[in-house]
Design a protein around this ligand. Structure first.
Ligand SMILES: [Fe+2]
Length: 349
């Protein structure tokens, strides 16, 4: 089917030099690198970051670097296959662990990349999104979409840590990533207003029917409700089928951000799950429980608040190590971006 393509060395040096001097490159020696047959090449490595290794170093960052010197005090989970300094967990997904201490504020700004926060530990922190104050409890998902003002604060005691996930690598790759600083916002409406309006799936404010669907009607997805919904879904889900819920825009039913998708997965006690391979890359974060994951044949044990990266097209197996308790994972993937670009695939074995 394929013939061997010419190599760069097959070309006379003088010709190669002439091309280089004119900023020209012959395609055929590198064609298979950028367009391999059957399966994409990837540098992303299956990688697990242990929270017990991150946490003490994050708290140390709290002592070493005042918030004024950090703006956002974050340790980035960087994939070793993708050059650490490029700060990518997968080619499209940035993930960091952010620490905020009592009384600190992370100043108001907005930027082109879209972001979410997923609370890992502590209470008393909040995120203000376009003036709407969203409380942050463990496991809550808070959206700070592209272009929306956001700042963080902490009115409680003890450290608060959350996971940030952004489409920064993609936005940076298209040279569109930048931020704008803003003055401190006053709270503009009642606490947690979007959560009040969109309290239950299937019910939306009637007035929303008379206008275009809102891009980001719901800003906070409380973990307590997600967990209850998963426990209920498990009763009605056949063994071997994933007990998984997608976070969506309650008005449109579409993914809640344009580029990244978010879901919560429950592994029933003792469950072994072999999800269908797919073209999206993903990051999984442990909310509760412990178990094992195999990613393209590499095996990792996971426990509370660990996070792991899954390359595109990877084969994965997930195991809940407990025969008594369910385990819960929060998943970020780039499926929405791939769907919009027209190449998202569910793959056969
Ligand atoms: Fe931000």
């Amino acid at each position: 089917m394929t013939s061997e393509l010419g190599k760069l060395e097959d070309l006379p040096v003088s010709y190669r030099n002439e091309l280089t001097e004119r900023n020209l490159v012959p395609l055929w020696p590198g064609l298979r690198n950028v367009l391999p047959y059957e399966r994409p090449a990837h540098n992303t490595r299956p990688t697990l970051w242990r929270y017990e290794e991150i946490r003490p170093r994050l708290l140390q960052a709290g002592e070493l670097t005042p918030i004024e010197k950090a703006e956002r005090r974050v340790l980035v989970l960087a994939n070793p296959g993708l050059e650490l300094e490029t700060m990518r967990a997968t080619p499209t997904i940035y993930v960091g662990m952010q620490l905020i201490l009592p009384g600190e504020t992370a100043p108001n700004h907005r930027h082109t990349p879209s972001a979410i926060r997923f609370v890992v530990e502590g209470s008393g922190a909040f995120t203000l999104v376009n003036g709407e104050k969203c409380p942050m409890q463990k496991g809550d998902l808070i959206l700070t979409p592209s272009g929306l003002w956001h700042e963080h604060g902490h009115e409680g005691s003890g450290p608060v840590v959350w996971l940030d996930a952004l489409d920064l690598p993609f936005v940076y790759a298209v040279e569109a990533s930048y931020a704008i600083e803003g003055p401190k916002h006053e709270t503009q409406n009642e606490l947690d207003a979007s959560q009040t309006r969109y309290r239950r799936g299937g019910l939306i404010p009637y007035s929303s029917l008379n206008r275009q669907r809102a891009h980001y009607p719901l800003l906070r997805y409380p973990w307590g409700e997600v967990k209850d919904a998963l426990l209920a879904l498990a009763i009605d889900t056949a063994v071997g089928e994933p007990v998984q819920l997608a976070y969506v825009n309650p008005e449109s039913g579409a993914e809640c951000l344009p580029t990244l998708g978010f879901s919560a997965l429950m592994l029933r006690p003792g469950e072994q799950l072999h999800p269908q391979r797919r073209s999206a890359s993903a990051v999984m974060h442990v909310v509760e429980g412990h178990g094992r994951v195999e990613i393209d044949g590499e095996s990792f044990d996971w426990g509370g608040a660990d996070t792991f990266a899954i390359p595109t097209h990877a084969e994965i197996k997930l195991v809940n190590a407990s025969s008594v308790d369910p385990a819960f994972l929060f998943i970020v993937d780039d499926a929405p971006l791939q769907r919009k670009l027209g190449f998202y695939e569910l793959l056969s074995e």
